[in-house]
Design a protein around this ligand. Structure first.
Ligand SMILES: Cc1cc2nc3c(=O)[nH]c(=O)nc-3n(C[C@H](O)[C@H](O)[C@H](O)COP(=O)(O)OP(=O)(O)OC[C@H]3O[C@@H](n4cnc5c(N)ncnc54)[C@H](O)[C@@H]3O)c2cc1C
Length: 439
């Protein structure tokens, strides 16, 4: 049985950063006193998928607004975000030769457009600081006996499952096992069970950043179509327990099952964060505002003006200036207007229907996709039981948390990776500093 000063469970971005930072901070880093345990045969399986394989690592927005985006109790994240902010995160990678670019929407990616290059650098740091990386070993159980954590691990090499268990001991333990989404990447909620067993409360687990299944066939027929800057609204008022209007805005992607894209993913997160019983909310109706930058009055004025000036233009050609070409026919079917009519033949009722639906196009949501298809988990270890300055548990001393296992979830844009790296860095440095003080 091997004993380490720090054991980190979970080889995602949070766990890798925690292991690197604790090994760097420990007074005797060369003694390989840090172990990183990962059940996959490779580190960072989910990290490789991020940003469509390009890794949207962080965002260009001011640090305070980044933190605020994590919701009403997000002040918890401030110490971690300030200790290891965007600049420090990027510098960490730039030091090993990787540069970054900021896209128009503020999202930051490596110039390589390849998440593998991020993983390679994390791997180099792990080697530089002598972290023992233990792959294909699943942590099965964690106990604390006096001041020592006893970690039971099992071999999970898929080709030759041996199911032999083994023990690792450590003085400090950092849990960075992620959430429950995309379980094939390894994040399947096992870490939450350990946290619970060790006395922590787990806040309700819900999908964050998840697409919608939509009833309307025309949406599915237009799979691949992207709508920019769309307003999204749902008025939940059928259930007494949940009367609320949820609104969002962003890019919407039409898919073979319904709707996705950053606008929808962020919208789904808002719904999840607000709703107590998500499953009770669906099916329900939502509306798209296809002319977000115009008020209904401005749009009415524009339509009146154009209908007067361009009376001989047929409606299906006119609408091409307002809508993507492929969407014009289905839109006219929904508003029940003959596509061949000239603008000067359109009745006032028809014009009002066009106007109304450009601002309030109704769609029926059947459901959210299952939590396995969500990009992040909303809910997890309650922040109330974690010291925000150190990420150490308030219940079990020497136990730290990092990354998505903590209850917070951010919107799309690189915030979740920044959160994983910042909390990982904080957990690693605080666990190691605490040992340095003890020794
Ligand atoms: C498709 C997709 C795209 C995304 N794109 C972005 C993006 O562009 N930008 C962004 O900011 N965020 C993105 N995210 C979210 C981001 O990937 C996560 O928030 C982030 O990976 C969380 O990091 P983590 O280290 O906390 O957990 P994870 O990355 O989930 O890592 C946890 C690790 O713990 C291991 N583990 C779990 N249980 C055990 C156990 N019992 N024993 C041993 N090991 C265990 C798992 O195998 C896993 O490797 C995306 C997510 C998905 C699914």
């Amino acid at each position: 049985m091997r004993k380490y000063q720090v054991a980190v469970v979970g080889g995602g971005p949070a766990g890798m950063m925690a292991a690197i930072k604790s090994a760097q901070t420990l007074r005797h880093p060369s003694k390989s006193n840090v172990v990183l345990i990962e059940k996959n045969d490779n580190l960072g399986k989910k990290l490789l998928l991020t940003g469509g394989g390009r890794c949207n690592i962080t965002h260009d927005s001011p640090i305070n607004s980044m933190v605020n985006l994590f919701g009403k109790n997000s002040a918890f994240l401030k110490p971690s975000f300030f200790n290891f902010d965007r600049e420090k995160l990027l510098k960490f990678f730039k030091f090993k030769g990787l540069n970054f670019k900021t896209e128009n929407n503020g999202k930051i990616y490596p110039v390589t457009d390849d998440s593998k290059t991020i993983l390679e650098i994390l791997d180099k740091y792990l080697k530089d600081f002598g972290v023992d990386v233990v792959l294909s070993k699943r942590v099965m159980d964690i106990e604390k006996n006096k001041d020592v954590f006893n970690i039971t691990i099992e071999d999970c090499n898929s080709s030759y499952p041996t199911h032999t268990s083994n023990k690792i001991k450590s003085n400090k333990l950092i849990l960075a096992t992620g959430g429950v989404t995309y379980p094939l990447t390894g994040s399947n909620g096992e870490g939450l069970k350990f946290a619970k067993k060790l006395g922590h409360h787990i806040t309700p687990i819900k999908p964050g950043l998840v697409p919608f299944k939509i009833r309307e066939q025309w949406v599915k027929d237009l799979s691949g179509l992207k709508l920019e800057n769309v307003g999204l609204n749902i008025n939940f008022n059928s259930d007494d327990a949940f009367k609320k209007k949820i609104s969002s805005r962003g890019t919407v992607l039409l898919t073979h099952f319904g709707l996705s894209g950053p606008g929808i993913l962020d919208f789904s997160r808002k719904i999840s964060l607000n709703a107590k019983n998500l499953q009770d909310l669906f099916p329900c109706e939502m509306s798209l505002d296809l002319m977000f930058d115009l008020t209904p009055e401005q749009l009415k004025e524009q339509l009146n003006h154009d209908f007067n000036q361009k009376g001989k233009t047929i409606i299906k050609n006119y609408l091409k200036i307002l809508l993507p070409k492929n969407m014009v026919k289905p839109f006219l079917r929904v508003v029940d207007v003959d596509p061949q009519k000239k603008l000067n033949q359109i009745s006032r009722k028809e014009k009002n229907r066009i106007l109304f639906n450009l601002k309030n196009l109704k769609l029926n949501i059947i459901s959210l996709l299952p939590i396995e298809k969500a990009m992040v988990t909303c809910g997890g270890v309650s922040y109330k039981e974690i010291n925000s300055k150190t990420t150490e548990s308030r219940i079990v001393s020497g136990l730290y948390f990092a990354g998505e296992i903590i209850e917070f979830c951010g919107p799309t844009g690189g915030y979740n990776l920044q959160m994983a790296f910042s909390t990982g860095y904080n957990a690693g440095s605080c666990a190691a500093n605490s040992l340095n003080k003890e020794n």
